[in-house]
Design a protein around this ligand. Structure first.
Ligand code: NAP
Length: 259
């Protein structure tokens, strides 16, 4: 299937690592031009993987917490590349800011790091998206719907992303711009590997988690998230907007009694 993404410019935040790297590579395979916005430099391994597909991509180093820098980057890319088709808001991290020990100041700082740049990237790009009849794809977390018990700020940010997905779908209906999100539950990435290390027995914890994933008792792969994300972002998914897609092996919705 041709996803009709050839030569379309798509921003991918956190697009050099984990889920974002899978999305950038999948976009490149479809002939799109990924513009990666991320804090750490891309690795040689990622560069090699990307350049085995295309050299027509960009990496722009930015800490998205420096939200004021986003608009200048958007305008510059749009001017050089002749517009913007898509936004993949993906960068974020579960920072475990819990209810007992997190001050409101720390709460707000965490919200800034996981939410505000999602808003600002779309805010800064919206006229370019209108012009291209483009598409927005947000990545969020199951914690928005299930909680996790120790992560108030992250859960709040991820819940807000569900709301923004619907709000932007509604706000941009008349412009033909679509907005959707993919909800991730348990996907094996560098972030996940670091998080699991915080448990006393990471291997035992891994088994507790995978035993509760109904389909095949395994983690979702980066490619499984990326392929759904890129399809929904693409013009081939032309009548889908305001949707929350759960690529999670049934983790959030299937009957707990299933074994
Ligand atoms: P990851 O492997 O850590 O990759 C995230 C990338 O985003 C990294 O390159 C990171 O840069 C970058 N990033 C984070 N905050 C940034 C900022 N303020 N400015 C610039 N770059 C920033 O994480 P992942 O597991 O792929 O997660 C991607 C998204 O999926 C996140 O929104 C996460 O909340 C969500 N998610 C993941 C899971 C899962 O199971 N993995 C579950 C639910 C939701 P650095 O390398 O510099 O940190």
């Amino acid at each position: 299937m041709d996803l009709q993404l050839k030569d379309k410019v798509v921003f991918v935040t956190g697009g050099g690592k984990g889920i974002g790297s899978g999305i950038s590579l999948s976009l490149a395979r479809e002939g799109a031009i990924p513009v990666i916005l991320s804090r750490s430099p891309i690795t040689d391994e990622f560069k090699k993987d990307m350049e085995s597909i295309t050299t027509n991509y960009e990496f722009i180093q930015i800490d998205l917490n420096d939200t004021d820098k986003i608009k200048g980057i958007v305008d510059d890319v749009a001017a050089r590349r002749g517009g913007i088709y898509g936004i993949v808001n993906n960068a974020g991290a579960n920072d475990n800011k819990d209810l007992d020990t997190t001050s409101w100041q720390e709460f707000e700082k965490s919200i800034h790091g996981n939410l505000t740049h999602y808003y600002e990237l779309v805010h800064a790009s919206v006229d370019y998206l209108r012009k291209s009849k483009g598409s927005i794809l947000n990545i969020t977390s199951k914690t928005a719907l299930t909680g996790q018990g120790k992560t108030s700020a992250y859960a709040a940010a991820k819940g807000a992303i569900l709301g923004l997905t619907r709000e932007w779908a509604a706000a941009l209906l008349d412009d033909g711009v679509r907005s959707n999100c993919v909800v991730v539950s348990e996907c094996w990435t560098p972030l996940y590997a670091n998080w699991i290390k915080t448990f006393d027995d990471p291997e035992a914890r891994k088994k507790v988690i995978t035993d509760k994933i109904p389909l095949e008792r395994r983690f979702t792969t980066i490619e499984e998230i990326a392929d759904t994300a890129v399809f929904v972002l693409s013009p081939k998914s032309s009548h889908t907007t305001g949707q929350w897609l759960f690529v999670d092996g049934g983790y959030v919705h299937l009957d707990r009694a299933l074994s």
